[in-house]
Design a binder for this molecule. Structure first.
Ligand code: IVH
Length: 716
């Protein structure tokens, strides 16, 4: 694979390889376009996208005959409108911009303009430089001065009609003061500022976590919460809401910068046009500037690069537009971009700093996540001090060590990434990072199941990082089902320090005075006073839960409702279960074999139970809880012949499936187990039975043939 065409220089490709490369690039670019424009979910960085396009263009230039009909350079930018909005055709196409990355490329761009227009070297080329904001471009149609329609870019020809949503923007003029053309399209960028984005991001993250908690507790959840990755993504998602009220609640801004169709000319130069926009009440970026000649672009670029960090919004470059509109129209467009404008992009925002520490954070579900703590550094206008290191393997793969100089990158995204280290700066005494085996929040041991990347804390019931999550689960509908004890109230009770553990819920009645002091909980009469009484009554009503609800409520990993039922049926009483779990901590013990042998449990789940019981403080919390609640023995079929008996099926049955036989046994109150031990009451022996039959005989257990079993089970 060393000579994969995708990494080879364009000059070295032969015709066949070039054709294959163009096909690959067309596919990748189309996919990226769709993700970016229609799904608001970019799948690659801007830099990677630009690299693909440049490579595509370079190959096309070398092999013009191979240019595809669906070449990304011919295809309109963007993607077709998504379902849900009606379509809106633009008066003139909304195009995109070509990029340059340095002064030579910019000079080439200016030289192309001179050649095209046949201008001498003496002729001055004036450009307007404008910050390139990474938002969402919109087309705004005004008729007789009134805003009548607004659309996204869509595929460049047809966009989505988002008029109602745009009307919620404060910065959008509804009526243009006269004079104005009878009909005019004005274009601009809708965006979110960095502070607004950060607040919105935090809020969405909180809503997402709440939803996850609800889901984990088996409660109904609403639609998925989208966490935006960058301001552009947030602006796009906000504008494309089917409900304008949602858009209205989002802090969106608008800068106007271009014109589309117009029933009459409104200016002779772009700079003059920008003034007209301001006169009509649009916001034009105050940093936009008419430059005296093309050579001033470099200094303007440097000036904005310098300002970039301090701006309230993200910019990823500068757009240079030829000022004279008559020249603009002579130059026209090529493929998807105008010949008279270019985007000069900034390099990705990077910085280096020292890694001071690697902290381990404990998530609400017990996941241990490493977080880099760095000497604070400015990366593209955001002071950065933390970055995620994802997991244990990631740290090992990058060999990131405390004391290293790390390279941080922020590519328009909120959370910066550590992209690598500077090996020459590594201190001589540095050591590879050792991921801890204990939970930093509670000291319980942390385990990483085989095949998983996440290490988890086992101190479920006592770990402060997990308490809220555990309490929510414990009280939830499929567990203890305590009415009135939903997420909000649990968070409140926990925040106020009244409830830390499940047992604490049952001691809440000692705190009524405190609760009465809270807003909405207080009054001595009416709804408020009933709130506390009702809650306490709901709690009292759950002091004798079924064993299976109780076991499920403990929130032991992998013990969902189904497995809790199996355990309840198998062990019958909580005392029995508790003792068996303690005994099962010893590998190879009878209790361990018995546990792993329960139909549907198996060794991995047995291991989770053992981990839980190996943490002494979990046991303390369990016993504490058992002083408050008394789980009822598991439901068994009333006084059936097999009530409470444990039964093993071995060999193949001829008149019924194994599944049917086991279901029947369970419905009669028996516990079906897989392995034979001296505690087994019955062993049903089918054809070709092997070691289990032998063991049953050795232990002198009661055995049944299939026919005898049918008889006993009332199956005739
Ligand atoms: S002019 C024909 N001016 O950049 C010219 N675009 O990569 C069309 N953008 O689709 C665009 N700031 O979303 C123009 N001052 C600015 C801009 C700007 C941001 C965005 C816009 C456009 C994209 C092109």
């Amino acid at each position: 694979m060393s000579d994969r065409t995708e990494s080879r220089p364009v000059e070295s490709l032969n015709e066949e390889e070039a054709r294959a490369e163009l096909a690959r690039l067309a596919g990748q670019i189309a996919e990226a376009d769709l993700a970016y424009h229609q799904q608001d979910a970019p799948i690659m960085s801007d830099a990677a996208y630009d690299a693909l396009r440049r490579r595509n263009t370079a190959i096309e230039e070398r092999f013009p005959a191979l240019k595809r009909e669906d070449s990304p350079n011919e295809a309109p930018p963007g993607a077709p409108p998504a379902a849900g909005f009606s379509k809106s055709r633009h008066g003139t196409p909304m195009l995109s911009l070509d990029n340059v990355f340095g002064p030579e490329e910019f000079a080439e761009f200016a030289a192309r303009i001179r050649r095209f227009l046949g201008l001498s070297a003496e002729e001055v080329l004036r450009f307007v430089g404008e910050p390139k904001i990474d938002g969402l471009s919109v087309n705004l149609l005004y008729e007789d001065g009134r805003f009548v329609r607004g659309a996204t870019r869509g595929d460049g020809m047809v966009g989505e009609d988002i008029t109602r949503n745009l009307e919620t923007l404060d910065e959008l003029p509804r009526q243009l003061p006269a004079p104005h053309p009878a009909r005019i399209e004005i274009r601009g960028e809708v965006f979110m500022t960095k502070p607004d984005f950060l607040a919105f991001h935090a809020e969405q993250t909180r809503l997402h976590e709440e939803r996850e908690a609800r889901r984990a507790a088996g409660e109904p959840v609403g639609p998925a919460i989208r966490i935006p990755v960058n301001p552009r993504n947030a602006a796009a998602g906000s504008l494309r809401q089917l409900d304008p009220a949602v858009t209205a609640s989002r802090p969106l801004r608008l800068f106007a910068y271009a014109q589309g169709e117009s029933s009459e000319p409104v200016a002779e130069t772009h700079s003059e046009y920008l003034k007209r926009l301001e006169g009509w009440g649009f916001r034009v970026n105050p940093l936009s500037r008419l430059l005296p000649d093309e050579h001033a672009a470099g200094a303007f670029q440097a000036e904005l690069a310098e300002k970039r960090a301090g701006l309230a919004y993200d910019i990823d470059g500068v757009v240079y537009k030829l000022d004279r509109l008559d020249w603009q129209s002579r130059l026209g467009f090529v493929g998807r971009a105008p010949r008279w404008a270019i985007a000069w992009k900034f390099p990705a925002e990077q910085a280096t700093t020292t890694l001071l520490d690697i902290q381990i954070q404990v998530g609400r579900t017990g996941a241990l996540t490493p977080r880099a703590v760095m000497q604070p550094v400015n990366v593209g206008g955001v002071m950065v001090q933390h970055a995620t290191l994802h997991n244990e393997d990631e740290i090992a793969r990058k060999d990131v060590r405390i004391g290293d100089t790390v390279i941080l990158q922020r590519a328009g995204d909120v959370i910066p990434q550590i992209t690598g280290i500077v090996p020459e700066k590594r201190p001589a005494d540095s050591r590879p990072f050792v991921f801890p085996d204990t939970c930093p929040a509670c000291g319980s041991h942390a385990v990483r199941p085989p095949g998983e990347v996440i290490k988890r804390c086992t101190g479920g019931l006592i770990c402060p990082a997990q308490q809220v999550e555990r309490l929510i689960h414990f009280a939830s509908r499929n567990a203890m089902d305590i009415e009135g004890l939903g997420i909000e109230n649990i968070e409140l009770l926990h925040r106020e320090g009244l409830v830390n553990t499940p047992a604490g819920i049952f001691r809440l009645k000692g705190h009524t005075e405190r609760m009465r002091g809270w807003e909405g909980w207080g009054g001595r009469s009416g709804k408020d006073s009933r709130k506390i009484t009702n809650l306490l009554a709901a709690i009292e009503a759950r002091r004798e839960p079924s064993l299976e609800r109780f076991l499920f409520g403990l929130g032991i990993r992998r013990i969902g409702a189904q497995n809790a039922r199996l355990l309840a049926r198998h062990y019958g009483t909580v005392e029995h279960w508790r003792q068996a779990m303690l005994d099962a901590r010893i590998l190879g013990s009878e209790a361990r074999e018995d546990l792993g042998g329960i139909q549907g449990i198996g060794p991995a789940i047995a291991q989770e139970l053992v981990e839980f019981f190996s943490e002494p403080r979990n046991l303390e919390a369990l016993d504490d809880l058992l002083r408050e609640v008394h789980p009822q023995p598991a439901e068994t079929v009333a006084e059936g012949a097999l009530s409470g008996k444990s039964i093993v099926f071995t060999g193949s049955l001829e008149t019924m499936t194994r599944q049917e036989a086991e279901a029947r046994a369970e419905s009669l109150g028996a516990k079906v187990v897989k392995s034979v031990s001296k505690k087994t009451d019955l062993v049903v022996i089918g054809a070709d039975a092997g070691s289990k039959a032998k063991k049953a005989a050795e232990l002198g257990l009661r055995t049944l043939t299939e026919a005898e079993w049918r008889e006993l089970a009332g199956m005739g």
